[in-house]
Design a protein around this ligand. Structure first.
Ligand SMILES: CC(C)(COP(=O)(O)OP(=O)(O)OC[C@H]1O[C@@H](n2cnc3c(N)ncnc32)[C@H](O)[C@@H]1OP(=O)(O)O)[C@@H](O)C(=O)NCCC(=O)NCCS
Length: 140
């Protein structure tokens, strides 16, 4: 499963899913999709973008439309991302997640990712205290 989604569809889904963060614009998605290192999987419910360098793939973002969240789309999407990364030669996957993003964290833990590093106070919030970033790894 790769994607037929256009940069403007990705920007719309991203803005809807990440309501508390700066939305990525259409131009940013155009640039990512044009990169030979990046790949995208997804459908009308959501998408994931990875960047593969050598045998390591980083999950740059994953977003499911809010109306479709909690129905298994994210898990399926992550599995498609794994399959695509592996098909492209990855043997190790990395991602970064805010420590307070319970939904995403639960998804990654149940897909066997492990925390390998913490960036203390990495995410600056407009209100409240900064939140740690967890770096997670999965060996395929
Ligand atoms: C994170 C995200 C991609 C998950 O997609 P989703 O479609 O909502 O997730 P799923 O329905 O496939 O659920 C996958 C797992 O997430 C966890 N989860 C789902 N809903 C949850 C909730 N309300 N609270 C806590 N954990 C939850 C569960 O572990 C679930 O697995 P299970 O139902 O088998 O127990 C999606 O919620 C999203 O786009 N969030 C906003 C953007 C974001 O935070 N992206 C990740 C940045 S690192």
């Amino acid at each position: 499963m790769t994607t037929l989604l256009k940069p403007k569809d990705l920007a719309r889904l991203h803005a809807a899913a990440f309501r508390e963060s700066r939305p990525w614009g259409t131009e940013e998605f155009e640039a990512l999709l044009a990169s030979k290192h990046c790949f995208c999987v997804g459908d009308s419910h959501g998408f994931a973008i990875g960047r593969l360098i050598a045998q390591e793939s980083e999950l740059l973002t994953i977003a499911v439309d809010p109306v479709s969240q909690g129905k298994g789309h994210g898990r399926l999407l992550l599995q498609h991302y794994h399959d695509e990364a592996q098909a492209r030669g990855a043997n190790t996957l990395f991602l970064e997640v805010a420590k307070d993003n319970t939904r995403a964290l639960n998804l990654y833990k149940t897909m066997s990712y492990e925390v390998i590093s913490v960036r203390a106070g990495y995410y600056k919030r407009t209100t409240g205290t900064p939140v740690d970033a967890l770096i997670m790894q999965l060996k395929l």
